[in-house]
Design a protein around this ligand. Structure first.
Ligand SMILES: O=C(O)CCC(=O)C(=O)O
Ligand SMILES: [Fe+2]
Length: 260
């Protein structure tokens, strides 16, 4: 088995170093995103890419619509209200149970060093995998024209790893702190303005081997349509701050086409 130092560039990103951790925390809290380009060593990146390309045939591809809140429409509000507006997403996903047991993605996801680092940066006491068999590690595939529409995540934070950036498009657009879930806020007004294009979002262009951490529950975000012949392949590492919690059934059905 490969050790962590031959998977992650720990020279450039010393995950256990307190000074480095403080810098990361400042970046995340200041910019709303923490960006680590070249996070993976080149051999590890090549291995992960090979595996992802090989697994594409088992991806669940679908086009579906959802609300920005990823919850079922609320009949109390009109159809075109921010609460109910239907957003289109088209992409493929290989869920956790179809990722090989030997995958380096599992070594990264399970690593105590990585979890401790994320806990400190995110100010969480502990991070746990999802209780269901599908949601912890996902490999997403976006072919030309495919995209992930505007939404807020279910979980407080998102960790993504770019396996293959597309030739063009496939960027993350985000509007920071659009709502405060602690206060129960949905911010329908702010969401409407963002969906109508009246707020200029932040934009992040990915590169192969990049790790990104962001607070997706309060940051409205989307992945813009991919252009060119190269698939966008993006891994999402999902953690919970409580043990034994599955991803909501509605979200599982939407993104995996099955519940287990
Ligand atoms: O692919 C990305 O960069 C972001 C993915 C995302 O927002 C999600 O899976 O909820
Ligand atoms: Fe998201």
């Amino acid at each position: 088995m490969m050790g962590l130092s031959s998977i992650i560039d720990l020279q450039r990103y010393p995950l256990g170093d307190e000074h480095f951790i403080r810098r990361c925390k400042t970046e995340l809290n200041g910019d709303g995103v923490l960006i680590m380009s070249g996070f993976l060593c080149s051999d590890a990146l090549a291995a992960v890419k090979r595996e992802a390309v090989d697994s594409k045939h088992s991806a669940y591809f679908c086009a579906q619509t959802h609300t920005v809140y990823l919850s079922a429409p609320d009949p109390q509000y009109p159809e075109h209200h921010s609460r109910n507006r239907q957003i289109v997403s088209t992409k493929g996903c290989v869920p956790d149970d179809l990722i090989p047991q030997t995958s380096l993605l599992r070594t990264i996801y399970d690593s105590a060093t990585v979890r401790k680092f994320l806990c400190k940066v995110l100010e969480e006491r502990a991070l746990y995998p999802y209780a269901d068999a599908l949601s912890s590690i996902n490999v997403h595939y976006y072919e030309a024209g495919q995209e992930l529409g505007w939404h807020f995540d279910n979980s407080s934070f998102a960790i993504t790893l770019t396996v293959q950036a597309p030739d063009a498009g496939g960027e993350l657009e985000y509007v920071r702190q659009l709502r405060t879930t602690a206060a129960g806020g949905a911010n329908y007004d702010g969401v409407r303005q963002a969906l109508d294009g009246n707020i200029i979002p932040g934009r992040l262009t990915f590169s192969d081997g990049m790790l990104v951490v962001f607070r997706g529950k309060e940051t409205l975000h989307r992945v813009t349509p991919v252009r060119g012949g190269k698939d966008r392949i993006q891994v999402v590492f999902a953690y919970n701050n409580e043990p034994f919690k599955p991803l909501a059934a509605e979200a599982r059905q939407t993104f995996y086409g099955r519940l287990q």
